[in-house]
Design a protein around this ligand. Structure first.
Ligand code: NDP
Length: 240
């Protein structure tokens, strides 16, 4: 039987590329999404990958959603925590609402998704937890106190889960993309985007498929001894 992979935010952007790459690698894939029904139906039509709607920010919805996926496809072997949002503002203007929205989705979302899946992985002695963090979680970013905190937190979750999961055949790793050409990045003003690109030694944005290839490798049985690691895929952007 093919292993089952669940990708949060898996019907658009980087998540969609991950879902498709995992399907092409032979996994049975389910893609979760938050609310963009049109994009989700189009994605299912084009790829044959089923989509499931719930918010990763809500624990009970995750429990329900995961149960539905597992009833349809079987136990989840590979969880890709990809869903993420930005609500940027300079710190002095950042509202508590902006702080909580980002933390609830990008950080608590990883807890909410991993916690219900974890006991089954321990029992079956196999699991792959792959979390999409960000270069901005590694280095911080102007106007992204909320986002940088959430993505740095994801790295802490990953390293801790790795230590708890290792003896059960579970690995937890993170991928830190630099700037990738998705709607999230294309939504920033062109001038800002040009200045971002000028700071990337590779001279270009990354492609979603380049992140998907990192994930496919970490999902494989062969990656077992890589545990608690972070793969930076950012075109050689230096950070301290
Ligand atoms: P997009 O905005 O293109 O897609 C985000 C996806 O996440 C959508 O499928 C969206 O669902 C889903 N989503 C958002 N909130 C929730 C939620 N509460 N519950 C479930 N799903 C949710 O983002 P990207 O593809 O650009 O980013 C994917 C990940 O990569 C994010 O974690 C992001 O932080 C990270 N990243 C991105 C970088 C980039 O340059 N693009 C750089 C570094 C990291 P719906 O379609 O319903 O809206």
């Amino acid at each position: 039987m093919a292993r089952v992979a669940l990708v949060t935010g898996g019907s658009r952007g980087i998540g969609a590329a991950i879902s498709v790459a995992l399907k092409n690698a032979g996994y049975t894939v389910a893609a979760n999404y938050a609310g963009n029904d049109e994009a989700a139906s189009k994605f299912t039509e084009e790829t044959g990958i089923p989509t499931y709607k719930w918010s990763v920010a809500d624990y009970d919805s995750c429990v329900e959603g995961i149960a539905k996926v597992e009833a349809d496809l079987g136990p989840v072997d590979i969880l890709v925590n990809n869903a993420g949002i930005t609500r940027d503002a300079p710190f002095h203007k950042m509202t508590p609402e902006q702080w909580h929205q980002v933390i609830d989705t990008n950080l608590s979302g990883v807890f909410n998704m991993t916690h219900p899946i974890w006991p089954g992985m321990r029992e079956r002695k196999f699991g792959r937890i792959i979390t999409i963090s960000s270069i901005n979680g590694q280095k911080g970013q102007f106007a992204q106190v909320n986002y940088a905190a959430s993505k740095a937190g994801d790295l802490g979750i990953t390293k801790s889960l790795a230590q708890e999961g290792a003896r059960f055949g579970i690995t937890a790793n993170a991928v830190c993309p630099g700037y990738i050409a998705t709607e999230m990045v294309m939504a920033v003003p062109e001038k800002v985007r040009e200045s971002i690109i000028s700071q990337i030694p590779a001279g270009r944005l990354g492609e979603p498929a380049e992140i998907a290839r990192c994930v496919t490798f970490l999902a494989s049985d062969e990656s077992e001894f890589i545990n608690g690691s972070t793969i930076s895929a950012n075109g050689a952007q230096f950070f301290v």
